[in-house]
Design a protein around this ligand. Structure first.
Ligand code: PBG
Length: 328
């Protein structure tokens, strides 16, 4: 037997690492942080072990914990003290994300990204303003797209005024990136980039997050604005629109079940691609490891490597701190 091509030669100690194609760095990771205006103490999130909702007074401390691990960026989510039909607390100057952003940017070096959406702020839990007369149980309920755009613009500007380094609209409204770009520019924030949740699917993997952020729709679902999990070509169409409207970073969400989409974006566009390793992806690995069925550290790292290998430049993940800690 004369085997000339032996890939195993490259897998020996000392060499394997040198020829490794994919690395996960702490600087690729963004840690989601939940700030809650309804509590004055930290509340553990049951379905996301290790994560908590923290009061505004603890936002700086919470972000400092993240920074200590080597992770440099956070994504802020807010739970407001009250909700209403239009989600008015989402753009309040003294809103929960605005307050937290002001403190965190003043007191730490963290790069602060804010989630821009209405679902945590509306009493019906949808990501925008509802059609007149829409009510519980109504079958044909829709979120009014164009009216919601004005509000997303206001939210983004209020975040930028509070010091946000980047805004990340997640509502899947048509034209959201363009509307936000315009209001940021008009308010003098042409330097603030937009990371668009460009291909966001209507996924059951968001379950734990919706408990954490109290953002589950009170009735109906998000099928008429988030994407159908079976659609691949449509993702490119969605993303192309966001690119035309000025998106700076393109996100795919969820990550693991949609790695083909991450790869498609990598090949089709030159923009940075982000993958959102969502709450359900985190919860399932934790649940299996609690049962002793999987090794948590290893499957977490392998998941993140797969996202980078698929083409993601950055990853939003609840594993950020644990993984960065170990990379250190
Ligand atoms: C808000 C938003 C959601 C997530 C991020 N931003 C929830 C949703 O769309 O229902 C999910 C994140 C996760 O599951 O980790 N629109």
């Amino acid at each position: 037997m004369n085997l000339t091509d032996r890939p195993r030669r490259l897998r020996r100690d000392g060499l394997r690492e040198m020829v490794s194609e994919t690395d996960v760095d702490a600087s690729d990771l963004v840690a989601p942080v939940f700030v809650d205006a309804t509590t004055d103490e930290r509340v553990p999130i049951e379905s996301m072990p290790g994560h908590e909702r923290v009061p505004v007074s603890d936002a700086v401390a919470r972000v400092e914990e993240v920074l200590e691990t080597g992770v440099e960026a956070v994504m802020l989510f807010g739970i407001p003290e009250s909700k209403d039909e239009r989600g008015t607390r989402a753009w309040a100057e003294d809103g929960v994300v605005q307050e937290a952003t002001r403190r965190v940017t003043a007191e730490t070096d963290a790069y602060v990204i804010t989630d821009v959406c209405l679902c945590e702020y509306t009493d019906h839990g949808h990501c925008g303003v509802l059609e007149e007369g829409a009510s519980e149980g109504e079958e044909r309920l829709t979120v009014k797209n164009d009216e919601t755009l004005d509000l997303l613009g206001k939210i983004s500007t209020s975040h930028a005024e509070a010091g946000a380094d980047m805004v990340a609209p997640s509502g899947m409204m048509d034209g959201m990136v363009g509307a936000i770009r315009e209001s940021l520019d008009d308010a003098g924030f042409s330097d603030v980039p937009i990371m668009s949740y460009a291909a966001k699917y209507e996924s059951a993997f968001y379950g734990p997050f919706r408990d954490a952020a109290d953002g589950a729709p009170a009735f109906g679902d998000r099928r008429h604005y988030q994407m159908d999990p079976g659609n691949r070509r449509e993702a490119l169409r969605e993303v192309r629109l966001d690119v035309e409207q000025g998106a700076d970073v393109l996100m795919v969400k969820p990550a693991l079940p949609y790695l083909d989409i991450v790869r498609d974006l990598r090949e089709e566009f030159d923009h940075p691609v982000a993958a959102y390793n969502v709450s359900g992806e985190y919860a399932m690995l934790h649940a299996a490891s609690e049962k002793g069925w999987l090794n948590l550290e290893e499957v977490a790292m392998e998941s993140l490597v797969s996202m980078k290998r698929a083409g993601a430049d950055l990853i939003l993940t609840y594993f950020a701190e644990d993984v960065a800690d170990r990379l250190d």
